[in-house]
Ligand binder design. Structure first.
Ligand code: AMP
Length: 280
């Protein structure tokens, strides 16, 4: 497994692979890898990648000033071991300085799908995400890139970026990997105390109840479902950041929840912000 810290060296190697006709996959991550990330590598293999590049980079540009950039968990040694075991061909571990010139001044802005949900609560977040993913696409030259449904809005925004500025990259979205308890795996789960972890179970439980209601009745008014979800989360001791139901393609709000719609939740367990979603 190759380890790159230098952007130009990664790009050179990836271009060589492409010239040899290799099918290249990119798996972008912020590291502190767990089974959710590793499932993306598995998905890359299933999609017949010849070479899989995993990037591990906590991208400062996508964090707000009061967010957890400085404290975001990092463990390079363990990440490298997991990537090697999972069958990655190369890992890209740049420093912020290796990726952003001191006078970096070009950003990629998606202006529609990124306005609501996490975009509304985290101003500048998707500008940072689109910018770093665009850079990684240009460096790794992937035929396809794998993202997780865990970050549902992110996958939609990236798909839109690819469509609207014509990246020759296919976007593959892999399902959410959960703990046995139902909690969606996340690097940020490491922040949670046992009590907060127990509270956090209400998130997926409430989403599953809503999915159950749609499965049973075909369609249900969102308003009453939302009230039920918010009540359940608050009762568990969580602070709801948002609970929204949207059209899975346009991310526009829906009033009546129908099969195929997405329900998304962001909630704080203590100081940790957790997100989850379900396609009903
Ligand atoms: P992150 O390191 O949290 O930025 O995530 C990197 C990639 O892994 C993103 O595409 C996420 O959607 C995906 N991912 C994170 N957690 C999970 C999970 N529990 N299941 C599936 N994919 C995930």
């Amino acid at each position: 497994m190759r380890i790159f810290r230098d952007a130009a060296k990664l790009q050179k190697w990836c271009m060589q692979q492409k010239r040899m006709g290799k099918r290249m996959a990119l798996v972008p991550t912020m590291g502190y890898l767990h089974e959710g990330h590793l499932s993306l590598i598995e998905t890359a293999k299933k999609n017949r990648a010849d070479e899989i590049v995993v990037s591990v980079f906590v991208n400062p540009v996508q964090f707000g000033p009061n967010e957890d950039y400085a404290t975001y968990p990092r463990n390079e040694k363990s990440d490298l071991a997991k990537c090697r075991k999972a069958g990655a061909s190369a890992v890209f571990l740049p420093t912020p300085e290796a990726l952003y010139a001191p006078d970096h001044s070009v950003y990629v802005n998606e202006e529609r799908l990124s306005t609501g949900l996490c975009g509304a609560r985290r101003p500048g977040h998707f500008r940072g995400v689109c910018t770093v993913v665009a850079k990684l696409f240009n460096l790794a030259q992937p035929d396809f890139a794998v993202f997780g449904q865990k970050d549902f809005q992110q996958a939609a925004v990236i798909n839109r970026m690819v469509r609207d500025i014509n990246f020759p990259v296919e976007i593959v979205v892999a399902p959410i990997v959960r703990e046995e308890s139902g909690l969606a795996k996340s690097s940020r789960n490491t922040y949670l105390s046992d009590a907060e972890k127990a509270s956090a179970l209400a998130i997926f439980a409430s989403l599953r109840e809503t999915a159950g209601a749609v499965a049973e009745k075909g369609s249900v008014p969102w308003k009453s479902q939302k009230a039920r979800i918010v009540r359940k989360l608050e009762k568990a001791g969580l602070k709801v950041d948002y609970a929204e139901a949207v059209d899975a393609a346009t991310l526009e709000d829906v009033k009546t929840l129908k099969p195929g719609n997405a329900v998304l939740v962001a909630a704080f367990a203590g100081r940790t912000r957790l997100i989850d979603n379900i396609i009903v």
